[in-house]
Design a binder for this molecule. Structure first.
Ligand code: GLN
Length: 509
């Protein structure tokens, strides 16, 4: 079996490197899995990326892959590679809490399509990662189970809502993770932890078994430490699913081929648009400078860089905070104390309505309640047209901005977030400040486009990671990977290696 020493080196490999070693028979999946479980045991008390670790299940899955490989039955490229799964996707063998007391201990009766595809590909699920309650938040501080900490600085937030998934990557607890992105919850944690996060085209990855927050925006996607690893994972989870009515019945864009092409080539012939509206006031100067250096590098790679105006992107955030809460208020009505999880005050003397009210009062945290109230208000008779209806019109205008922009350019770029990771506690009492973390990521959700965050260096002010956001038209996810991979190679060469190599070493707790 494995020792902690070999475990140390196995956990710093990329998923592609692990896969190659597994295929060459140099290491077994059980060894790789054990090494990651050891790492989790050592550092997760400090990071708190995981809500649930399934050591026995992971080792059993790894054992099966090793046996299948010995028998010549393994075909998937990621078979035997460990992964951390956001706790908003259902799993029949582990609880799915969505970071909420409402679902504490709930073990779903079915696997999400993403979960099923991972299992079928032999990917080893280590456990479930921490998140803001029902994916509402930008810091993971809204988890009912306590915050996750950013491995770059344990006093800072790892982003949200999928802070657990990105922190697990940055702490080398897993080489791959799954997130979900409704307004930025894959890309923003990716940016502030120096990792890669991709929101696929809406409908590109099935939402079946993803506990719904805002159904017209929610999208699962890959998180990794390299662009190629994200592409390999993207191809495992993407593709049409008849169980999701909004799933797109088209072939998956060739993201792995695009990542390989990008890593080997330049960007000649690629037109890159810099979004004019995402700069200036409110943007941390260190973020701005790292972003400008990235744009310079794209042009040195041969891309044709132009400035593009998307005038309605400024209104995307307010529109999102009407649409998302509206859909949330409807989706979260299912937590009625009867069907799932928590039930409070059911002592035989109270009506169903009273039990429902007591349960929702006790089971939901303050941000979830705020969203439900906001959404209920926005949808109520007399206000519907003024709020929800207006927001839907803005959504159309944002989509038209993208359409016009993509007539001029192949991809759009911006900083992923206006600032680097902020301190734990800094924005908890100021919802507006918290919401601003998603200023640049929300337009792609409203339009259903594909978008990626790729590490673009450290801010020269605070030494914390900055993300470069790349956005592409719907079903052109491969463009993200081509540009992202080419940029990653150039950045690593210019800045002396992968950014993630500079994450401070976490001492075993
Ligand atoms: N931070 C945003 C929100 O709170 C986005 C969340 C998400 O993408 N799940 O709604």
């Amino acid at each position: 079996m494995t020792s902690t020493a070999s475990g140390g080196s196995l956990t710093t490999l990329t998923a592609a490197e692990i896969a190659a070693r597994l295929q060459a028979g140099e290491v077994s999946s059980v060894e790789v899995t054990q090494a990651h479980l050891d790492r989790i045991a050592a550092v997760d008390p400090a990071v708190h990326a995981f809500l649930h670790v399934d050591a026995d299940g992971a080792l059993a899955a790894a054992q099966r892959v090793d046996e299948d490989r010995a028998a010549g039955r393994v075909s998937s490229p990621l078979a035997g590679v460990p992964l951390a799964l956001k706790d908003v996707l259902t799993t029949t063998d582990m609880p799915t809490t969505c970071g909420s007391k409402m679902l504490e201990g709930w073990v779903p009766p079915y696997d999400a399509t993403v979960t099923r595809r991972l299992r079928e590909a032999g990917v080893v699920i280590l456990g479930k990662t921490n998140m803001d309650e029902f994916a509402m938040g930008s810091s993971t501080e809204n988890s009912a189970y306590g915050p996750t900490r950013n491995p770059w600085d344990l006093e800072r937030i790892p982003g949200g809502s999928g802070g657990g998934s990105s922190a697990a990557l940055a702490a080398f607890e897993a080489p791959l993770a799954i997130g979900t992105d409704t307004g930025g919850s894959i890309r923003q944690p990716g940016a502030v932890t120096g990792t890669v996060g991709v929101k696929p085209t809406y409908g590109g990855v099935s939402r079946y078994g993803l506990v719904a927050f805002s159904s017209s925006l929610d999208q699962p996607g890959p998180c990794a430490r390299t662009v190629l690893d994200a592409a390999l994972l993207h191809e495992v989870i993407a593709g049409h699913d008849p169980m999701d009515s909004t799933s797109i019945a088209q072939p998956v864009p060739p993201v792995v081929a695009a990542a390989r092409e990008g890593a080997e080539g330049d960007l000649r012939g690629v037109r890159v648009g810099v979004v004019r509206e995402f700069s200036g006031e409110g943007y941390q100067p260190g973020v701005q400078r790292a972003f400008e250096a990235a744009v310079q590098q794209l042009s040195e790679l041969g891309a044709e860089v132009v400035e593009v105006s998307c005038p309605h992107f400024t209104y995307a955030l307010p529109a999102y905070y009407l649409i998302a809460p509206s859909e949330c208020s409807s989706n979260l009505a299912r937590f009625d104390a009867m069907r799932y999880g928590l039930r409070v005050g059911d002592d035989g003397t109270r009506s169903a309505e009273e039990v429902m009210s007591l349960t929702r009062e006790a089971g939901f945290g303050p941000e979830v309640k705020r969203r439900i109230m906001l959404g209920t208000y926005a949808l109520s008779a007399g206000y519907y047209d003024a709020y929800y209806g207006q927001a839907q019109k803005v959504r159309t205008l944002v989509t038209r901005d993208f359409t016009a922009a993509f007539e001029q350019v192949d991809v759009l770029v911006s900083p992923t977030t206006p600032t680097t990771a902020f301190r734990i506690g800094e924005r908890v009492d100021d919802p507006m400040a918290m919401y601003l973390a998603d200023l640049c990521t929300i337009p792609a959700n409203l339009a259903g486009n594909a978008a990626m965050s790729v590490p673009c260096g450290l801010s020269d002010e605070d030494g914390l990671p900055v993300g470069l956001q790349i956005m592409a038209p719907a079903m052109a996810d491969d463009r993200l990977y081509r540009v992202g991979a080419a940029y990653e190679v150039a950045r690593n060469a210019a800045q002396g290696g992968p950014l993630i190599d500079r994450v401070p070493q976490l001492e075993a707790a």
